[in-house]
Design a protein around this ligand. Structure first.
Ligand SMILES: *Cc1c(COP(=O)(O)O)cnc(C)c1O
Length: 322
């Protein structure tokens, strides 16, 4: 593990080399309709088409690839009910190591099944009576497993940053890069990559209106903790930024803005109707900011991270209909 204060672009290059062949180099999509709506040149990095359906595979894969033989023998451990669980389970199974995922008993059946399907051992807990950090610490101790958290880890940050590296390599220099924000793994990594590859590019994080802890944190200079935000962007229902993430975000991110659930739904609809892609609500954060005038983009070359596409079809239908 590299210390955050020393993280630099070469760490992202090394991450890219580690995940090469395992992660897809996802396409950069363009749309004349989107460009006309925004009056800008938009470049969409389609991580909804990444393995297991989200960019989280990059960070998980990079972190596990750095394990020593001893760590590999004992396996990897995490707690998550979302895309990180599937990312860890799949990365571990590709490398032939064990993965244990701690999930709440009431996690959606689909997610439990997907995680098991990728070979992960799912350990259910009662989120109203038990504490997942304690269960994690106990399992780590008993089984010698290494805990890889969903965002607050330098190797996770550098893995996620490879998405922006590929985007800038494929699209060329950008004026602006918009990135969805939850705990800050994706934003920190992408900002670190952009600082070297497209130095004059401004980097902006986009989080749900219901939970602007990232915006408050960046503006006040310290990590702000909020109650669990009520939003359809379930991948960004985080209550605070990670320590490692905040350190990088403070150095390289220009601003953090918010979008509403209504803007996310309209963006899901736009992606389905006009670009023929399925994007989950959280995956729409950055695009919603560009397409709804939340960030001025006119005349600019704008990179937009589409972070994931995991939404079950019944929910997708409900959200795009409303
Ligand atoms: C996890 C996730 C995010 C937020 O990423 P962080 O690294 O926690 O900021 C955004 N979109 C999707 C689809 C995710 O799964």
């Amino acid at each position: 593990m590299t210390e955050t204060a020393q993280l630099q672009y070469s760490d992202i290059e090394q991450a890219a080399a580690r995940i090469k062949g395992a992660a897809h180099r996802t396409p950069v999509l363009t749309s004349r309709t989107a460009n006309a709506m925004a009056g800008a040149e938009l470049f969409f990095k389609a991580e909804n088409l990444q393995r297991m359906g989200a960019f989280k595979f990059r960070g998980a894969c990079n972190a596990i690839a750095r394990f020593t033989d001893e760590q590999k023998r004992a396996g990897v451990l995490t707690y998550s009910s979302g895309n990180h669980a599937q990312a860890i389970a799949l990365s571990a199974s590709l490398m032939g190591i064990k993965a244990a995922i701690i999930m709440p008993q009431d996690a959606p059946e689909l997610k439990v099944r997907a995680t098991k399907g990728y070979g992960g051992e799912v350990i259910l807990y009662d989120r109203y009576k038990e504490n997942r950090e304690e269960i994690g610490a106990r399992l780590a101790k008993e089984r010698g497993m290494t805990l890889i958290p969903p965002y607050d880890h330098p190797d996770v940050i550098c893995g996620q940053g490879t998405a922006a590296k590929e985007l800038i390599e494929d699209a060329g220099q950008l004026d602006l890069l918009l990135v969805p924000l939850g705990g800050g793994g994706l934003l920190a990594g992408c900002a670190l990559a952009a600082a070297t590859l497209s130095p004059s590019c401004k980097v902006i994080g986009v989080e749900p209106e219901a939970g602007n802890d990232g915006q408050q944190s960046l503006r006040s200079g310290q990590i702000v903790d909020i109650p669990v935000p009520q939003t359809i962007a379930d991948g960004a229902q985080t209550t605070h930024l990670g320590q490692h993430n905040f350190a990088v975000i403070q150095r390289f991110v220009d601003d953090i803005v918010t979008v509403s659930d209504e803007q996310l739904k309209a963006t899901m609809r736009f992606f389905a109707e006009r670009m023929k892609i399925v994007v989950e609500p959280t995956g729409c954060l950055a695009a919603a900011a560009a397409l709804h005038g939340v960030v001025p983009v006119a005349g600019k070359r704008v990179g937009i991270l589409i972070s994931g596409g995991n939404v079950d079809l019944a929910r997708f239908a409900q959200l795009v209909a409303g």
